[in-house]
Design a binder for this molecule. Structure first.
Ligand SMILES: NC(=O)c1ccc[n+]([C@@H]2O[C@H](COP(=O)([O-])OP(=O)(O)OC[C@H]3O[C@@H](n4cnc5c(N)ncnc54)[C@H](OP(=O)(O)O)[C@@H]3O)[C@@H](O)[C@H]2O)c1
Length: 344
């Protein structure tokens, strides 16, 4: 590792393992979970790459993770951050060809997090970026876009209409515009009336506000008219259970996020027995393990093309420097009009 510093600034985790009391991706004080620290620059092992960070994104999965409620345990003293964009500056054996390449990357479990001046991950978790994809779009190129492509594909195999919750999320917006291009109809659920017009403009067929007094009646009417078979759900609370019960025979409730703090209660078990309904989960990590590499490569290419030609873009609400995150993350994540991104 020539010309690299020995140490770097990083936002390290203060706790190990799991919290045991999942609360959802809401942060009241980031200093409970993170500290800014000067730590050694990691050394890539065989098949790994060291990346000098340009931009890292902040996703709900990062917030679940630092709170100890994600699908993998925290590591005390290790930097947080699952995803970003940067330049490969050193590699272990087998990845030398990537040196000097600007990449989008996801941090592998054996790596070192993106909320730092340098991140470490497996070479296979990097996507070389086209020059016409911006650093910010590159920093949010993997987690949400691949999930959007994979889940819309699942929905498209099960009819021409589907339902999404938390439709104002970055992922929700990606799915709405993708569905429009594929001539699929989307019933988009939001919790704020103010969000309706923008999502209609983006291409949602129906946008329903879950806090409306007659929401259940409105959804029942939309469900009768459009007959959605798949509910892609990031909220997973009691309203979502009601939505599932109002969907037609053979409907699938696919939970992929837990933005709602409330634990849903199942009220209509008979629908699972007599109407062929199913409750499932979706996790991108499992999808990547089980989807053939050639299919993943095709999808990655399509994702980059969509960002390069402007069909997709990343809305940014707040940009924080590494030194501002501990103090500013809680307030920044309350602004829900776009993503929080971190620059070194
Ligand atoms: N399973 C997977 O593999 C996978 C992969 C990627 C993402 N995800 C999940 O996808 C979801 C969206 O991610 P993102 O990065 O697109 O999110 P994001 O852009 O940060 O947006 C979050 C959105 O969630 C809405 N929201 C927050 N709490 C809510 C609640 N209790 N009820 C209803 N809406 C709520 C907010 O809506 P307002 O505008 O109303 O404030 C906000 O627009 C997250 O749950 C994330 O964990 C899962």
């Amino acid at each position: 590792m020539t010309n690299l510093p020995d140490t770097m600034r990083a936002l390290i985790q203060l706790e190990d393992g799991y919290s045991g009391k999942p609360e959802g991706p809401v942060i009241s004080d980031a200093s409970l979970y993170l500290a800014e620290s000067q730590i050694p620059v990691p050394t890539p092992a065989d098949g790994q790459v060291l990346i000098k960070l340009r931009v890292a994104s902040v996703n709900p999965s990062d917030l679940h993770f630092i709170k100890g409620e994600y699908g993998q345990p925290r590591r005390k003293g290790a930097p947080a951050g699952f995803e970003g964009c940067g330049d490969v500056v050193a590699t272990g054996k087998g990845a030398e060809g990537l040196v000097g390449t600007r990449v989008a990357f996801a941090v592998s479990p054996s790596g070192s997090g993106a909320w730092a001046e340098y991140a470490l991950t497996d070479a296979v978790a990097c996507i070389p970026l086209r020059p016409d994809v911006s650093d910010v779009d590159g920093s949010a190129q993997i987690v949400n876009p691949l999930t959007a492509m994979a889940m819309v594909d699942i929905a498209a195999k099960d009819g021409d209409a589907f339902v999404i919750s938390a439709a104002t999320s970055q992922l929700g917006k990606l799915m709405i515009s993708l569905a429009k291009d594929m001539n699929l109809k989307v019933i988009a659920l939001v919790r704020r009336e103010k969000a309706v017009a923008a999502l209609k403009n983006l291409g949602a067929t129906e946008v329903l506000v879950t806090t409306a007094r007659d929401f259940a009646d409105q959804f029942a009417a939309a469900s009768r008219a459009l007959k959605p078979r798949v509910f892609l759900d990031a909220v997973s609370d009691q309203i979502c259970e009601t939505v599932f019960t109002l969907m037609p025979n053979n409907a699938r409730w696919i939970s992929y996020g837990k933005l709602g703090a409330e634990a849903p209660r199942l009220t209509q078990m008979g629908q699972l027995i007599f109407m062929g309904k199913r409750i499932e989960g979706f996790w991108l990590t499992s999808w990547m393990r089980t989807t053939p590499p050639k299919d993943q490569a095709r999808i990655v290419g399509e994702v980059q093309a969509r960002f390069a030609d402007g069909r997709w873009h990343t809305d940014v609400a707040v940009t924080l420097g590494l030194a501002e995150v501990v103090e500013g993350l809680a307030a920044a994540t309350k602004i829900t009009d776009g993503k929080v991104v971190i620059k070194p």
